[in-house]
Write a protein that binds this ligand. Structure first.
Ligand code: ADP
Ligand code: MG
Length: 376
């Protein structure tokens, strides 16, 4: 069934339109967003669809093919709607709080973004709903201001303390481009990212590892970064220059804060180095930066698990130019930069390494940079 048909089956009417917002993979720049730093995501072909139309009453009605329980709510505040509906109610709330008159609506959601795999299904859901409501209501909210509003829905209404990257990627990415985002100024540069032309591919490997302690560990990393920035007397770790890192680490002393800080400062530099190489068309040379990013996440930021470490090692052993975990960590996905004609063999090598260790089998596919949120 198409999402239009799902809408009609649920509400007995035709939707006014269908909107789509993608999931994303982050090429490089992990946990840098909430440190006011740099990230470089691109949009996945996997996306969340929202068929939407006016509501016959003064409430919003939402259903999803992925969740049995539909949700219905009136004018709302954080804490009222919980579970998956909070991502939708949060968007309505954030729009209203920003002063917009949000039209009540009926919405049907369908998605092929895997939930909870670090590919940002939450931001895809928020961005699809946000874009639909903006268009339905004719609201005047420019593209560059939309991610912060969707982030507010997730931070305040859902209660997940995530950075600005996911919503920025889902809303601002463009077809065939990677999004170089400054998470302090929200300035972006669209970096051409056509790997096929170079005979290359990004293989995404979903570790299918169960996520554990994600929220608590994420909050703990955020807190350490804030603590380190405060001790160093800077607004955010973005303000520690690479050249000043050794002195900063000496000042911090504390082993955990040293390692967290070293990850963020070196990771920001790796994003800048990656962007410089991509601008020069030197794509293969990005590989070692990806692998260094992974080592930094594994050893300094301590956010990887055995399944993602094994996927990275197996990809490299199979000849990948570089590989790293992508997303917040504690499971989720790995990406590997490979020769396009080696993608299948790399996926098979990772599957083999998983089988040897008795891990749940991974799922792999080649990801091509797609467009951001829009009416379709
Ligand atoms: P990620 O964003 O990495 O996929 P999150 O834990 O941030 O993982 O978000 C996943 C949650 O978002 C799901 O548990 C669900 O509550 C909600 N969600 C995302 N997509 C959908 C969808 N298509 N239908 C219903 N809920 C969804
Ligand atoms: Mg998410």
């Amino acid at each position: 069934m198409s999402v239009k048909e799902i809408f009609t089956a649920a509400y007995g009417a035709e939707p006014a339109g269908v909107w789509a917002a993608p999931g994303r993979v982050n090429l490089i720049g992990e946990h840098t967003d909430y440190n006011d730093g740099f990230v470089l995501p691109f949009a996945l072909p996997q996306r969340t669809l929202a068929a939407a139309g006016p509501s016959p009453d003064d409430r919003w009605h939402v259903c999803s093919t992925l969740i049995p329980e539909p949700v219905s709510f009136g004018t709302t505040a954080p804490g009222e709607v919980t579970g998956w509906g909070a991502y939708v109610a949060g968007v309505v709330w954030a729009l209203q709080e920003a002063g917009f008159e949000v039209p009540t609506a009926r919405i049907a959601i369908d998605s092929d973004v895997p939930l909870g795999s670090g590919l940002s299904s939450s931001a895809a859901l928020e961005s699809a709903v946000l874009t639909a409501l903006i268009d339905l209501g004719g609201l005047d909210l420019p593209l560059e201001k939309r991610p912060a509003l969707a982030q507010r829905a997730e931070n305040v209404y859902v209660g997940a303390p995530t950075g600005i990257m996911d919503q920025s990627a889902s809303i601002r990415c463009q077809d065939g481009k990677a999004l170089f985002l400054d998470c302090r100024s929200y300035e972006v540069e669209q970096i051409p990212f056509d790997l096929a032309a170079e005979g290359l591919a990004i293989l995404v490997i979903n570790s299918n590892a169960p996520h554990q302690h994600v929220d608590g560990e994420y909050g703990a990393r955020r807190k350490s970064c804030e603590e380190a920035a405060a001790l160093l007397g800077v607004p955010a770790l973005r303000d520690v220059a690479t050249a000043d890192l050794p002195a900063a680490l000496e000042r911090l002393g504390d082993d955990v804060l040293v390692r967290r800080t070293r990850h963020i400062v070196t990771e920001n530099q790796r994003v800048l180095d990656t962007v410089a190489l991509l601008r020069d068309g030197r794509v293969r040379e990005v590989g070692p930066l990806l692998t260094a990013s992974h080592a930094s996440m594994r050893d300094d930021f301590e956010i990887t698990v055995a399944q993602v470490d094994v996927a990275v090692e197996a990809s490299l052993a199979a000849g990948a130019y570089g590989a790293r975990m992508t997303g917040g960590g504690f499971g989720g996905c790995v990406l590997a930069l490979v020769d396009a004609d080696r993608a299948d063999a790399t996926a098979a090598a990772v599957a083999g390494a998983y089988a040897e260790r008795g891990f749940t089998a991974p799922t792999s596919w080649v990801a091509v940079a797609g467009p951001g949120a829009a009416r379709i």
